[in-house]
Design a protein around this ligand. Sequence first.
Ligand SMILES: *[C@@H]1O[C@H](CO)[C@@H](O)[C@H](O)[C@H]1NC(C)=O
Length: 432
Amino acid sequence: MMLEVILFGCFVTCVYADGVADVVLSCTLVEEGVGLGGMGGGALFTRTPATLVLRDVAVGPDESLEMLTPFVPPSVPDPELILFETKVSSPEIPNAGVLLHADCNEQEVMCEISRYSPREEQEGSDPAFFMVSLSVEGLEVSSSLILQTLTVEKYQSQLTQNKLGLPLSQSGTLLTKVIFLVFSNIKSVSAPLRGHALLNCGFKQQEIPLSQEVGVEWRLQHRGKGRKVLEMKTELNDTEENTVVHGERKGSSMNAAQVVSEGNVSMTLSRLKVVDEGTYICTVSVGHFHAQQVIQLHVMQPPHVSLSVEKLVLDKKSSQTLSCHCSKYYPLDAEIEWLFLSPTDTEPELFKDQGSLSSHRQHGDGTYSLSSHLTVPPTLSAGTKITCRVSHRALEAPLHISLIVESHEPDSYWWILGFLVITVLFFYQVMK
Ligand SMILES: *[C@@H]1O[C@H](CO)[C@@H](O)[C@H](O)[C@H]1NC(C)=O
C-alpha cells in the first residue's frame, strides 16, 4: 500500500514514537545525460522519479500523531527503485515541520536530487554524495542538503541499485546521512528605497564538523550580470580575529558572531537603491563542500500623488484639463483611474473617458513618474467630487486624492465688482 502511494507521486508523512516522524517525499533524480551528444552542445538532463525518506524528523509536542504509521520499506527490495533513506536528527533540517504539513495543506513539495562532487575527492573510502534541493510551493522556505552514502556491510545485502550502481541496504534503500545544508526562511524580500533589507540565509553541518573554516559569499545577479556583494571567511571555534570580511557594496554586512554561533549568514543591506534589486545567491563553503540558496530582493517606493490644481471652477463653455501626477515610485507599474461622485449619488463612478497618460519618466535614482490628464466635461454639475485613484505594488491600498468642482458664479462676481466701483466713486466724490 505504502509503495503504491510512493509510486503514484504523492507523499505521506508518518509519525511514530515520541516527537519524531518520517517524511516521505517524492523527488526527481536529475542526471546529466551520458552518450547523448550532438544536440547543440547543451547539457542534456534525464529525470527519474525517486523517493526520499527523511527519518526521525523532530516534531513539536503539540503535533497530532494520529492516523500516521512509520514508513515501511517494500517487503521485497527492488533494485530498480531509487529510495534514499536519511536520518536527519543531526543536523536538524530547518522547517521540517513545514514539510510535515505541506501534504495536508495541499502544498506541493519540490524535491530534486542530483549527484554532487566535492571539490576534492575524498581519499580512502568511496562514499557517494548527493545534493537535494527542497522547497514548498507558495512558501518562502527552501533548503539544499548534501547527503553522503553510508557504508553497507557486504554481508547485509548483495543488491545494487541499477541506475546509480550503489549498494542497497537490506530493506532496499540507499542509506545516507545529511552532512551539510544551507537554507533560507525568506526567499523573497521587499524593502523600501533608502531603507534596509535582511536577506535570510543559514547553514548547518553534522556534529563532527567537516571543517572549522567557513566561507560565505553573497552575489547579486541582475539582468544577466553578476557581481560579488560581500564575502567572509571565518573560523567556527574562534574569536573574530580570524574573520576576514570583504564588502564590495558599501553598507552590506554580516554579523560575524552570528555566523560563528548560529550559522546565520544573513546579510543586511542598508541605504537601498534601485540597482540593489535582483537575485541574490548565498553560497556557504565548508571543507570541500558548498551549497547555495537564492533570495530575491524587490525594491519598493510608493508614488507621491498630487493634482494639477487645488480648485476647479466649472466653465460651461469649454472643457478643462485636470492632471494627476504620480511621482518617484518604483517599480514601473502604476495604475491611475479617474472617478466622479455627483452630489446626488452615494457611489463614485469611473469616468467613461479616462483621459490620456503621459509617458513614463525615469529619474536618476531609478524611480519613475507618470501623469494622467483628464478632460473634465463641462456638463458636470457643481459639487461633483472628482477623484484620482492610484494603485501601485508599494501601496497597501489604492491612494485617493480628490477635489470638488465649484460652480462659476458670475452674478456675485459682478455684484462685488460693482460694489467696489461704487465705493471708490463715492469716496472720490467725498474727497473732492
Ligand atoms: C539570522 O538572524 C536574524 C536576526 O539578526 C534573524 O531575523 C534571522 O531569522 C536569522 N536567520 C537564520 C537563517 O537563522
